[in-house]
Design a binder for this molecule. Structure first.
Ligand code: BJ8
Length: 424
């Protein structure tokens, strides 16, 4: 059926037939996984709406902003400092794709044993399926894992990519390197937008993005109540949408949702029974529309109460210090905040182990499911240390490696059910 957005998508050079197929599959998948839930908060209607318009209204907003002179910056990693983009009057969108629809195309130019996330963003480009990618004035890659780093070289043949160098350690010299990279990025963003970043502009951006993080932190505190007042799937969706929705509107809507959640917590109501096993997810990010594992867990008699992931607390835990007043000191505060990210690409990465154990204890979980995308070495290797650290705290862990395909759903369900049984 033709869509009212067809003209816009055509202008963006999308493959209209394949794109219509993608939206149909997405709609069905969403219906099965999300709309089948009972006891959802009224506030989730906003998220349902945003998701239903993921390639429509939000893209239209981006096009309107571009027409008024704004620039759109696309990123694949939470290391890219959004404060810089916002301070220069730009809009940042997360591009990490969570669907395998362009996989066949991607495997023509990437090894098959590449992680699904990388194949997904390359596939989306080759198959001309992502209106966000096609709306970007600047696409930013980064040297985190080897897979991404090398894939950007190939991706750059189809679309220019600006690559930030991310240190792999956290010594003083690594911090210096990171600071110089943030400054280099600032220059690139100023060139792309034509706007110089001022102290006031950066201050406003820091406050705005901290407000979004605070709203998500509030959500995380409220969801930890017993009985669990909101499903893990819904919280994951909120985190996913935070990467591309307008930050001011999104923050206001999440605060509203938190007010509703607060009332629910006060009334003692939950979306599941009090005694149901509480689990935490830890590991690789789950980009839209990757809802496979949370759905399996929550249909296996457990509930997800936390995500230690870049689409979760790793991205919302730390704020940028708001006390700085000069441009230089604010930039230092941005540099410091981003260096606290405990991605498995760092070595050593002891703080991630501490953060996972602390989070699991605070959330009073009965177990942790470590999620690794197949062929992701940093997270797969670190999973051994995570399991050991959790065992030291008496918390069992199940390690899952999977991709975006549905072939292993039954097998995963059997393993998850056995783990849930064991945690009871
Ligand atoms: S800061 S987690 S968003 S890099 S899953 S592509 S690591 S092979 S996504 Fe990430 Fe930034 Fe780190 Fe976060 Fe490579 Fe692993 Fe694939 Fe990954």
């Amino acid at each position: 059926m033709p869509s009212s957005y067809d003209q816009m998508w055509e202008k963006l050079n999308l493959d209209l037939d394949a794109h219509a197929g993608l939206l149909e599959v997405l709609g069905k998948f969403y219906g099965d996984i999300y709309m089948s839930q009972e006891g959802r908060l009224r506030g989730m209607e906003y998220l349902d709406f945003v998701l239903s318009e993921v390639h429509g209204l939000r893209i239209q907003e981006l096009q309107d902003a571009k027409a008024s002179g704004k620039k759109v910056v696309g990123t694949f990693c939470v290391f890219v400092p959004e404060e810089i983009v916002l301070a220069a009057g730009g809009i940042q969108v997360g591009l990490c794709a969570g669907a395998e629809i362009g996989k066949t195309e991607a495997e023509k130019i990437l090894p098959r044993n590449t992680c699904a996330l990388i194949k997904s963003f390359v596939g989306f480009k080759l198959a001309r399926l992502c209106p966000y990618l096609e709306s970007c004035d600047l696409i930013v890659g980064e040297t985190t894992c080897d897979g991404k780093k090398k894939a950007y070289e190939i991706f750059a043949e189809y679309s220019p990519v600006y690559v930030m160098e991310i240190p792999q350690m956290k010594n003083a010299c690594d911090r210096e390197l990171w600071k110089s990279e943030v400054l280099r990025f600032k220059g690139a963003v100023e060139d792309a937008t034509g706007n110089k970043i001022t102290a006031q502009g950066l201050k406003d951006a820091i406050h705005l993005l901290n407000a979004r993080r605070r709203a998500l932190q509030r959500l995380n505190v409220l969801r930890a109540a017993v009985p669990t007042p909101i499903s893990g799937r819904d919280v994951l969706l909120i985190n996913q949408i935070s990467f591309y929705d307008d930050p001011v509107r999104f923050t206001a809507k999440i605060e509203e949702l938190c007010n509703e959640l607060e009332d629910r917590v006060k009334s003692g109501a939950g979306v599941v029974d009090r005694g149901i096993p509480r689990l935490m997810l830890s590991g690789c990010p789950m980009a839209v529309p990757n809802w496979k594992l949370p759905y399996i867990i929550e249909s296996s008699g457990a509930v997800v109460v936390g995500e230690e992931s870049c689409i979760g607390t790793r991205n919302t835990r730390d704020l940028v210090d708001e006390s700085a007043s000069t441009l230089d000191s604010m930039l230092d505060a941005v540099v410091y905040r981003y260096m606290r990210i405990d991605c498995a690409c760092f070595t050593p990465n002891e703080e991630r182990l501490e953060n996972i154990v602390n989070m699991a204890k605070e959330l009073k979980v009965q177990g942790v499911i470590h999620y690794g995308l197949s062929f992701c070495q940093p997270y797969a290797i670190e999973a051994f240390k995570v399991e050991k650290a959790l065992a030291g705290a008496g918390i069992p862990m199940l390690s899952i490696e999977t991709d975006y395909g549905m072939e292993d759903v039954e097998q995963l369900k059997t393993r998850v059910e056995a783990f849930v049984e064991m945690t009871r």
